[in-house]
Design a binder for this molecule. Structure first.
Ligand code: AMP
Length: 178
C-alpha cells in the first residue's frame, strides 16, 4: 500500500545499529523519523489508510507502539488503549503472561477500556519474533474483543513473526520488510 517514495525515504531514515543492545541484534532505530515531521505525517497517513473503517479502537504496545498508535487513533476518531508492561498501570487491570528467550514477561491494560465486540487494531513499531504482539492479541481477545488488524512500520521477515499471528485471522501490515 505504501508508495515506493515512502518506502525509499523510510529505508534512508531508519538507522540500522549492529550489535545493539546485545551482540547479533540489528537494532532498527526509528527515532530519526521524528526529526522529519513531513515523513512522520506520511507514515501516519499510510497506516491510517490501512485501518480506515475497519477498527473500533487502537491498542498500542509499550512504548514505541504509542509513538504512531495515538496519532492513528486520533485520525480514525477511535479510542486509544495503552498496553503496558506489568506494574505501570493502576488497578484494576487485565494481564497476559508470555515467554521470553529467558524467563517471562507480562503485559496489561486497564480493565474496561477494551469493550466486548470491538474490532481492534494492534499497533507496534516493529514485528520481530511476534511474542509480544501475540500476547497483546490474547489480552485483547480474553476481554471479548476481536483483533481485526495488526500494523507495524517494520517486519523482520526472517524471524517469522507473521506465523505466530496467523491464528487470529486478522490482516497484517508492515510498511517495510527486512
Ligand atoms: P517481538 O516480541 O520479538 O516481536 O519483539 C517486538 C518488540 O521488540 C517491539 O516492540 C520492538 O520495538 C522490539 N524489537 C525487537 N527487535 C528489534 C530490533 N531489531 N530493532 C528494534 N526494536 C526491536
Amino acid at each position: 500500500m505504501a508508495s515506493q517514495e515512502l518506502i525509499r525515504k523510510l529505508e534512508e531514515t531508519i538507522e540500522n545499529v549492529p550489535d545493539f543492545p546485545i551482540p547479533g541484534i540489528q537494532f532498527k532505530d526509528i527515532s530519526p523519523i521524528f526529526l522529519n515531521p513531513k515523513l512522520y505525517e506520511a507514515v501516519i497517513e499510510d497506516l491510517v489508510a490501512f485501518s480506515k473503517g475497519k477498527v473500533d479502537a487502537v491498542c498500542g504496545i509499550e512504548s514505541r507502539g504509542y509513538l504512531f498508535g495515538i496519532a492513528i487513533a486520533v485520525a480514525l476518531e477511535v479510542p486509544f488503549i495503552l498496553i503496558r508492561k506489568k506494574g505501570k498501570l493502576p488497578p484494576t487491570t487485565v494481564s497476559e503472561k508470555y515467554d521470553l528467550e529467558y524467563g517471562s514477561a507480562e503485559i496489561e491494560t486497564r480493565e474496561g477500556q477494551i469493550k466486548k465486540g470491538q474490532r481492534i487494531l494492534i499497533h507496534d513499531d516493529l514485528l520481530a519474533t511476534g511474542g509480544t504482539t501475540e500476547a497483546a492479541a490474547k489480552l485483547v481477545e480474553k476481554q471479548g474483543a476481536k483483533v481485526a488488524q495488526f500494523s507495524f512500520l517494520i517486519g523482520l521477515t526472517d524471524l517469522k513473526g507473521d506465523k505466530k499471528l496467523k491464528k487470529f485471522d486478522a490482516e497484517i501490515y508492515h510498511i517495510l520488510n527486512y
